[in-house]
Design a protein around this ligand. Structure first.
Ligand code: NAD
Ligand code: TYD
Length: 355
């Protein structure tokens, strides 16, 4: 028995692979990743001598490669995490998002459908295609509106969320039309170890430690629901083990907070753990020009996964953010390595015009 994971060198994917293989009895993983700017083989360095991890450098859009991997390894499940994942990048260059998130998911679904259709009866019934998606497909909530349930209408507002919404629809249709046993998860914002410092939390930690400005978009009152990545990994495992094919499960941290509060919490933790003689890190906070089309609020109603599958997050935000800040303090070399080269070009592109 094997799992095929796509995007397993990225933030959530590498946390998932490390977490899964931490169990000595766990099934092997074939990890297919294109190693874009967000993919990092160093994330998987601890598995260098683990024969249960096979890393394959390749694109989910290459049908022949997918056919070969599926035939050779005969996975009992495919966990699809590969994606272009950053909203700001999708604003500057939406093409890559359509290519990977929409066309890549289509190619993967077709390859998986061909493989699954030819499986013997029992293996066909047991097979699962788990599609990892985002709460951003539901659009933006008013301040007092109820949180997103699985029935919330789709209203994606960014090229990223539109491309993820399209992929969700494809996955749904492959179930409805062909009977492919799919599971879809829509998760809120993740944070934790190994997150590329283009996203809010690791960017603020890295900038603060470097004495650089902490750029809050607009008024900083945009609300996100933050989930520790280890909890997302446990939710994915739960859905894979016990989810009902064709069903959608929202995953969230029951932790809505405005961006300004998140940045102040990070500054307070750094003041405690790595005091700066220059004064409190909060002095570095700068309000910059807002993101175009910026969604004001996301919030997940995670009652279905709790009621039906018994999953709840294990970390509070206090415990998760403390672990995260500790991790970044202990992994300065990892941060320095990912900040070299194209990262600098991205920072110049995204922040130069914000004033
Ligand atoms: P990430 O950007 O850190 O990693 C994405 C990985 O996919 C990288 O390793 C990259 O090399 C790989 N990849 C990109 N294009 C590929 C292609 N064409 N073929 C093969 N591999 C390719 O993203 P992440 O934050 O780990 O997100 C993983 C998944 O979870 C995504 O589908 C994302 O939409 C979803 N998600 C993320 C969050 C979050 O807060 N980060 C929240 C909810 C859902
Ligand atoms: P991000 O981590 O990019 O996730 P998403 O856009 O998918 O929610 O951003 C989280 C929030 O933080 C979002 O409201 C945008 C805001 N933000 C800033 O204020 N400054 C920044 O430099 C970044 C990267 C994000």
């Amino acid at each position: 028995m094997t799992l095929l994971v796509t995007g397993g060198a990225g933030f959530i994917g590498s946390n998932f692979v490390l977490d899964w293989l931490a169990d000595p009895a766990a099934e092997p993983i074939v990890n297919l990743d294109a190693l874009t700017y967000a993919g990092n083989r160093q994330n998987l360095a601890a598995l260098a001598d683990d024969g249960r991890h096979l890393f394959v450098h390749g694109d989910i859009g290459t049908r022949e490669l997918l056919d070969r991997l599926l035939q050779e390894h005969r996975p009992r499940a495919v966990l699809h995490l590969a994606a272009e994942s950053h909203v700001d990048r999708s604003i500057h260059g939406p093409g890559a998002f359509i290519k990977t998130n929409v066309e890549g998911t289509f190619t993967l679904l077709e390859a998986v459908r061909a493989y699954w259709s030819a499986l013997p009866h029992d293996a066909r019934a047991a097979f699962r295609f788990l599609h990892v998606s985002t709460d951003e497909v539901y659009g933006s909530l008013a301040p007092d509106a109820p949180a997103f349930t699985e029935q919330h209408p789709y209203a994606p507002n960014s090229p990223y969320s539109a491309s993820k919404a399209a992929s969700d629809h494809l996955v749904r249709a492959w179930h409805h039309t062909y009977g492919l046993p799919v599971l879809t998860t829509n998760c809120s914002n993740n944070y934790g170890p190994l997150q590329f410092p283009e996203k809010l939390i690791p960017l603020m930690i890295a900038n603060a430690l470097a004495g650089k400005p902490l750029p809050i978009y607009g008024d900083g009152q945009q609300v996100r629901d933050w989930l520790y990545v280890g909890d997302h990994c446990s939710a994915i495992r739960t859905v894979l083990a016990r989810g009902t094919p064709g069903e959608v499960y929202n995953i969230g941290g029951w932790n809505e907070q405005p961006n300004r509060a998140i940045v102040h919490t990070i500054c307070g933790l750094l003041d405690e753990l790595r005091p700066d003689p220059g004064g409190t890190y909060a002095r570095l906070i700068t309000h910059v020009k807002d993101r175009p089309g910026h969604d004001r609020r996301y919030a997940i109603d995670a009652r279905k996964i709790e009621r039906e599958l018994g999953w709840r997050p294990g970390e509070t935000f206090d415990s998760g953010i403390r672990k995260t800040v500790h991790w970044y303090l202990a992994h300065a070399a990892w941060v320095a390595a990912v900040q070299s080269g194209s990262y600098r070009d991205w920072v110049a592109t995204n922040y130069a015009g914000r004033g």
